[in-house]
Write a protein that binds this ligand. Structure first.
Ligand code: HEC
Length: 480
């Protein structure tokens, strides 16, 4: 019942979609092409399409992406017949209609595969009238969705309030952090609190990048928000994921490569002494001892290190890397896509006391929960489109949604508002929502907190990229 309601919200907001939907047919989720066909399609695509749409279907210049949320939202609710005719009559741009009908069908099979739609027994036909019965559903239809019980539980769990209806028991304190004279806070996705209650922030050097800056991005503040010290000038391009471990060591990821720097994970002691740099400086690559675009880092009590890697939808790594306390590669999991075990832009991660790992699987609009070996335990849609996650010692999960947008395009997630959702880390039931206050959120790709941390007293810290500030949220006192 609840799941149907959720699906209806998603569908009714798509005006084109509803009218044009195939009435009685199948959906692309039901295995409408074969893997052999997709393989032939890969060859056809490489020959006739890749030079414009890119080897990873991510698009180049005017040629749009043929994979990922933007492509899917363009075509959501239309049919494979529509896509076939559009492609056959207009593509390749310089020679429309120059491929055989079968080659177009094969190329579309490859595109379906790349978008993580399942394979089946029968090939995709090359006649539009036969394809007209196959709906393109960007979202997995709900009946097929309950592949795991987790998904079913998830849909039930936010029924109480809907996506944005949970109460907000918090008030924001924007003036908590007192920076040194002349220094302003830049864009930031990194905030963390140490065992003494000192609050640390990694900003992007007063701007939205540290490349070429002389400022120190890692800043320490005392319990009252007074500036203590800063370090890290000249070391990073794009400070991104931030973590303080059980020994009060400060961890930072730099997820952009420039000037021989970046794509590394750094560990400092609290005096600012560099202890380790994992990965290879300036080398963006998906290897056992390199990172592609390290987004987030979290360190378990025993020193085991987890890194969420991959910031670019549609290309490169999309994985969780597990390293031992010495920094040696143990294993990795995840692959690009939207299937149950796949990830697309794992933008942040958090650990709880039970060894569960919460991953902000951003482009899939879900929080994936794994055990420490990478086995999928839960898949939660009710926390929104997550950029940051934090597992509190109070058993609550804190999730920052900085991207949900109404209009099709980047961040398309109709019906969902940006802000911080808080819920039970065991059951996934959302009980509170702190809305972002940016006046016109659909105007920019991000607003509100991306990085998130919660201190021992339950105060929430949200690091904001667009608003260039860190907010502190305190539980409002109950009315007398
Ligand atoms: C010479 C460059 C070029 C080649 C080659 C090319 N395309 Fe395109 N394609 C474009 C451009 C530019 C657009 C956007 C303009 C438009 O919509 O017509 C586009 C748009 C599309 C769209 C619409 C996307 C959307 O979301 O609306 C599809 C589908 C597509 N191409 C498929 C293909 C396929 C399949 C091939 C190979 C058989 C191919 N294209 C080859 C340049 C190219």
């Amino acid at each position: 019942m609840n799941r149907i309601a959720v699906a209806l919200i998603a569908l009714t907001t798509l005006s084109v979609g509803v009218a044009a939907r195939a009435q009685d047919g199948r959906s692309v989720w039901e295995g409408v092409y074969t893997s052999a066909q997709a393989e032939r399609g890969a060859a056809a695509y490489a020959q006739a399409c890749a030079m414009c749409h890119g080897a990873q279907l991510a698009g180049t210049g005017e040629a749009k992406a043929l994979a990922g949320p933007e492509f899917l939202s363009n075509w959501n609710g239309l049919t494979m017949g529509d896509l076939f005719e559009r492609t056959r009559t207009t593509m390749p741009l310089d020679k429309p209609g120059s491929l055989s009908r079968e080659a177009y069908a094969d190329a579309l099979a490859y595109i379906l595969k790349f978008n993580s739609f399942p394979t089946g027994e029968r090939e995709l036909a090359s006649r539009p009238e036969m394809l007209a019965g196959i709906r393109i559903d960007a979202f997995k239809p709900t009946a097929a969705q309950s592949a795991t019980d987790a998904v079913a539980d998830a849909a039930d769990a936010h029924a109480d309030h809907g996506p944005n209806g949970a109460p907000n028991p918090y008030v924001a304190d924007a003036g908590f952090f007192k920076l040194p004279p002349g220094r302003t806070m830049g864009s930031t996705s990194g905030v963390a609190v140490d065992s003494r209650g000192h609050v640390w922030v990694a900003d992007r050097c007063g701007a939205n990048s540290c490349t070429g800056s002389l400022l120190n991005p890692i800043m320490e503040f005392d319990r009252e928000g007074r500036f203590v010290k800063a370090f890290g000038a000249g070391m990073f391009n794009f400070p991104h994921g931030f973590f303080i471990d059980a020994r009060d060591h400060v961890w930072l990821t730099d997820n952009r490569v420039a000037n021989g720097k970046g794509a590394q994970v750094f560990e400092f002691d609290r005096n600012g002494k560099l202890l380790r740099a994992l990965g290879k400086a300036g080398v963006s690559s998906e290897g056992p001892d390199t990172f592609f675009e390290p987004n987030g880092v979290a360190v378990a009590r025993d020193g085991t290190i987890f890194v969420a890697d991959g910031h670019s939808a549609g290309k490169g790594a999309h994985r969780i890397v597990k390293l031992d306390a010495q920094g040696r590669f143990l294993k990795q999991w995840g692959a690009r896509g939207s299937g149950p075990d796949q990830l697309e832009v794992p933008h942040g991660l958090a650990l709880d006391d039970q060894g569960r790992i919460y991953v902000a699987d951003r482009w899939n609009d879900r929080v994936q929960v794994f055990d420490s070996e990478g086995k999928l335990l839960e898949s939660w849609k009710q926390f929104g489109r997550p950029s940051g996650v934090f597992a509190g010692s109070d058993g609550q999960l804190y999730v920052a949604d900085s991207e949900s947008r109404e209009p099709p395009g980047y961040g398309y997630h109709p019906g969902w508002k940006r802000g911080v959702r808080i819920g039970d880390a065991k059951t996934g039931k959302v009980t509170a929502f702190i809305p972002d206050t940016a006046p016109d959120p659909d105007k920019q790709s991000t607003s509100g907190p991306e990085g998130i941390w919660v201190d021992a007293a339950g105060r929430i810290y949200g690091a904001q990229v667009f608003q260039k500030s860190v907010l502190r949220f305190t539980k409002a006192r109950k009315a007398p």
